[in-house]
Structure formats: structure tokens, C-alpha cells
Write a protein of this length. Structure first.
Length: 298
């Protein structure tokens, strides 16, 4: 069981090096993370985009790009298309967003002709290492799906379960977050959580809900409230009801609880690494490592 994000890097080093296609790679912060991931032995990058700009940035960073495959693209759409085709043709294992709008990249990911579309739903998964929690905490979806219905949440949950399995969890414990533990028809989050807890999942998965946030992460809260549960205080996954809840909890963990984090988009044939300019360099590196780990297990 992987309990720390640094352990993800160690684990990825022990497997075969994954090939990462970077769309519109002419971005300094992205290239810093990519070069560091290469030095760690996590990836072999394929840099797609404006080759002249990529070389200029590499020179500014004092990085040697000898041996790195570079592919010229005339514009952002072509860079996304080339990067995605590299993955769909198995010339690369996963893809990363560079200096390009997320919508442009995901449009190519979902292209029916050459993309990475599956029967699932694309969803954002964050992995947090919180100093006060005893293991990694997976949260979804605070970045893509605004207000998913129960069927969409089921797909989002299964995407997160794949991440949990990649982290070598023998039993994946998932909490469907709501404001209370009792089902209330006026609170759709509780209704959906109850439905999700009764759906079928692969072996080694326990899904409970509705659970309030405190019950999901605190055994003491469960004891005080006399709440009997296999998940309470030991959740691996927190499935949030709306994007606002996930966004709020995630930023609170980052800025007030000093959490380290990594983020990935799941639901395609291969993981998609999307990093924000606001992400720390460390977070970008962890995100690449998580992508490599999941790509190895797909």
C-alpha cells in the first residue's frame, strides 16, 4: 500500500519507464517538471509543439535535450492531435497538457476517430497527502463535472477506484460525501449517495454513503456520533456531490492543511496529466508520477 506521494515516485522507478507525450510542450513550468521526471527515471518524454521555443526554454533551464524526441506542430490543435495519436497508436503511454487550453486537448482525447474515448466519463481525480491523515486521500470530482447525477457519479467513482487500485490498496474504502448521514429527499446528495452505496463494484471495494466529511476522515467523530461503519475514519476516496464542494475542500487542504497533491484526469484509455500554473513544482512532478503509475496498470 502506497501511503506517501514520494513512494509513488519510488514505485514508478521500479517499473518500466513510461513514454509521455506532451502537447504544446513550449511551457517553462511544464518542461521543468518533465525534465525532472526524466532525471528521476519516471518517463521518456516526447515533446510536441514549437520546437524552436522548446529548445530556447531548454537552453534557459540549462537542460540537455539530446536524445529527447521532438515533433513540430503548426498550431495548438495539431499539437494536441499529434500527442493523442501517439498514445492511441501506442507510441506513447499517456499524455500531458502543456501550453494549451484544456478544452482543445480534451476535444482530441474524445475524438471518435483517433482519440482515447471509452464508455466511461472523464473526471478529475486529486490525490492528497495531508499531514494529519494516516494515508493518501483521493478526492473526486472537484475539477471537471459540475453537478453530476447518480449514474455519472458511479462512473466517477469507478475512475477513482482505478486510482486506488494503482496505489496498491487491498481494500478501497469510499465515502460519498453529503451534509448528513440520513437520506433526505430534499438533499439530492444524500439520495445519490445512498444509491451509490448499493451499486455493484469490483471485488475489494467498499462504498458507503451518505457520510459527512468529519465521519469520512475521523474515527473519533464516528465514535462520538456512535456511527458504525467500515469506511468512517479510514476513507481512501471521497466522492463529492458537486464541483464546488470538491474545489473548496481541495483548496482548504492545500492552503490551510499544507497538503501535498497530485492531479489526473481519468476515464480515457490512458490517464491525462493536467497541471495548473498555480500548482507547485512538486505537485506537477507527483502528477506525472501518478500518470505513469496508472498508465503502467491500465
Amino acid at each position: 500500500m502506497i501511503k506517501k506521494l514520494d513512494q509513488v515516485i519510488s514505485k514508478v522507478k521500479s517499473i518500466q519507464t513510461m513514454k509521455l507525450a506532451v502537447a504544446a510542450a513550449q511551457d517553462e513550468e511544464v518542461l521543468k517538471a518533465v525534465f525532472d521526471a526524466r532525471k528521476e527515471g519516471i518517463i521518456n518524454p516526447i515533446l510536441v509543439g514549437d520546437i524552436q521555443k522548446i529548445k530556447e526554454i531548454a537552453t534557459e533551464l540549462n537542460e540537455d535535450i539530446q536524445g529527447i524526441e521532438l515533433i513540430e506542430a503548426k498550431d495548438l490543435k495539431e499539437s494536441a492531435e499529434i500527442a493523442v495519436k501517439l498514445v492511441s497508436s501506442e507510441k506513447a503511454d499517456f499524455v500531458m497538457k502543456g501550453l494549451i487550453d484544456t478544452s482543445i486537448l480534451l476535444k482530441e482525447v474524445l475524438n471518435k476517430e483517433y482519440g482515447l474515448r471509452t464508455q466511461s466519463l472523464l473526471s478529475h481525480v486529486m490525490i492528497y497527502e495531508v499531514p494529519s491523515y494516516h494515508k493518501l486521500l483521493i478526492m473526486t470530482d472537484g475539477g471537471m463535472n459540475i453537478s453530476p447525477n447518480a449514474d455519472q457519479k458511479y462512473k466517477i467513482m469507478n475512475n477513482a477506484i482505478k486510482v486506488g487500485k494503482s496505489l496498491e490498496l487491498d481494500t478501497v474504502k469510499a465515502a460519498c460525501i453529503a451534509a448528513k448521514e440520513k437520506v433526505n429527499e430534499k438533499m439530492i446528495a444524500t439520495v445519490d449517495a445512498d444509491k451509490l452505496s448499493k451499486m455493484e463494484y469490483e471485488d475489494g471495494v467498499i462504498v458507503e454513503g451518505p457520510l459527512a466529511f468529519d465521519l469520512a476522515i475521523s474515527k473519533e467523530a464516528a465514535r462520538v456520533k456512535n456511527f458504525k461503519s467500515e469506511v468512517a475514519g479510514d476513507a481512501d476516496i471521497m466522492l463529492v456531490p458537486t464541483i464546488e464542494v470538491g474545489n473548496g475542500i481541495g483548496k482548504a487542504l492545500t492552503y490551510m492543511a499544507n497538503a501535498k497533491s497530485a492531479g489526473i484526469i481519468m476515464g480515457a484509455k490512458s490517464p491525462v496529466v493536467l497541471v495548473s500554473r498555480a500548482d507547485t513544482h512538486e505537485s506537477k512532478l507527483y502528477s506525472i508520477a501518478i500518470g505513469a503509475l496508472i498508465a503502467n496498470n491500465k
